[in-house]
Design a protein around this ligand. Structure first.
Ligand code: C2E
Ligand code: CA
Ligand code: CA
Ligand code: CA
Length: 277
């Protein structure tokens, strides 16, 4: 049955469709990962270059598969999305992030805001708010440290549904970021559907900022819009000093990327960035 499942998974990669048996197989794989602690939280710092200060961290999922080794999101997130299972992962990561914040506070460390990723499929799932409230119960004092990044996913989104789901999370006390801004999935249309707390400029824009005047103009106008609205703006995928300098000059000193650090296992992140501060 394992090989049948694998065959189906391969076929799915071709067709991007799935069958009930395949879904059950993935469901089982994810549940095993959650139960056995194979699903790991990796944290990547966000930094304000002007203040030279860590302003938060993004939580990124990894799956340490006993047979395949460390899997990154590209290896499993599209499949989970197609099978309608991404919400289970997103909510699990949120719960673990709350527990991490609680442990950090218990250890007497200064907290930084964490951001978790919600696929649009998660955002639009019926009953999402109840689940989020269930997870957040008992962590009320930490809610201000939990930010949700709304990430691309397959499928069309109806604007009223999108706006309503964002508004419900906001009303529940969450800060919301629009992820991958400037990519094919995240644009002015999405930005105007809801007043986000933060806009994250996509790494594809950042990658061209040194060579492409259009990318620089895009950063400048995004910074300008965010300034007018009084919301935050951060550039992701910043890999070198040249990009960092250009972004700072264009008014975007808040960055995330390999220049600052790679995503690190949460224990390593804690030692490196939070202990002894
Ligand atoms: P994202 O939300 O845009 O996250 C940033 C991705 O860029 C991460 O990839 C990160 O490792 C990578 N990155 C960071 N700095 C740099 C850099 O300087 N250069 C380049 N080229 N890349 C950089 P990762 O961890 O492989 O995650 C890929 C995507 O998977 C994420 O993109 C996000 O959309 C999704 N993802 C990750 N964790 C979750 C999750 O728990 N739930 C959901 N729904 N999606 C997730
Ligand atoms: Ca993200
Ligand atoms: Ca992103
Ligand atoms: Ca992405």
């Amino acid at each position: 049955s394992r090989s049948v499942c694998l065959m189906r998974r391969l076929r799915m990669e071709e067709t991007r469709s799935f069958c009930a048996e395949h879904r059950a197989c993935l469901d089982d794989w994810l549940n095993r990962g959650i139960k056995n602690g194979f699903v790991k939280l990796y944290l990547q710092p966000k930094m304000n270059l002007t203040r030279q200060e860590i302003t938060g961290a993004e939580v990124l999922a990894r799956y340490e598969d006993p047979s395949k080794g460390l899997l990154t999101p590209d290896d499993f997130i599209p499949q989970l999305e197609d099978a309608g299972l991404i919400g289970m992962l997103d909510l699990y990561i949120m719960e673990r992030s709350y527990r991490l914040l609680r442990d950090l506070r218990a250890a007497g460390l200064k907290l930084i805001p964490l951001s978790v990723n919600f696929s649009k499929n998660t955002l639009l799932a019926p009953g999402l708010l109840d689940e989020v409230e269930r997870i957040g119960a008992g962590f009320e004092a930490l809610r201000g440290y939990m930010e949700i990044e709304i990430t691309e996913s397959v499928g069309n989104v109806s604007r009223p549904d999108f706006t309503a789901a964002c508004a419900a999370l906001r009303a529940a006390g969450y800060r919301l970021a629009l992820d991958d801004f400037g990519s094919e999935y995240s644009n002015l249309y999405m930005m105007s559907a809801f007043r986000f707390d933060v806009i994250k400029i996509d790494k594809a824009v950042v990658a061209e900022v040194a060579d492409n005047e259009i990318s620089r103009a895009l950063v400048e106008s995004t910074v300008n819009i965010c300034g007018k609205l009084g919301i935050g703006c951060i550039a992701e995928g910043v890999e070198n000093k040249e990009q960092a300098e250009i972004l700072t000059t264009l008014g975007c000193p808040d960055v995330q990327g390999y220049l600052i650090d790679r995503p690190l296992p949460s224990e390593e992140f804690t030692v490196k960035y939070l202990e002894g501060r």
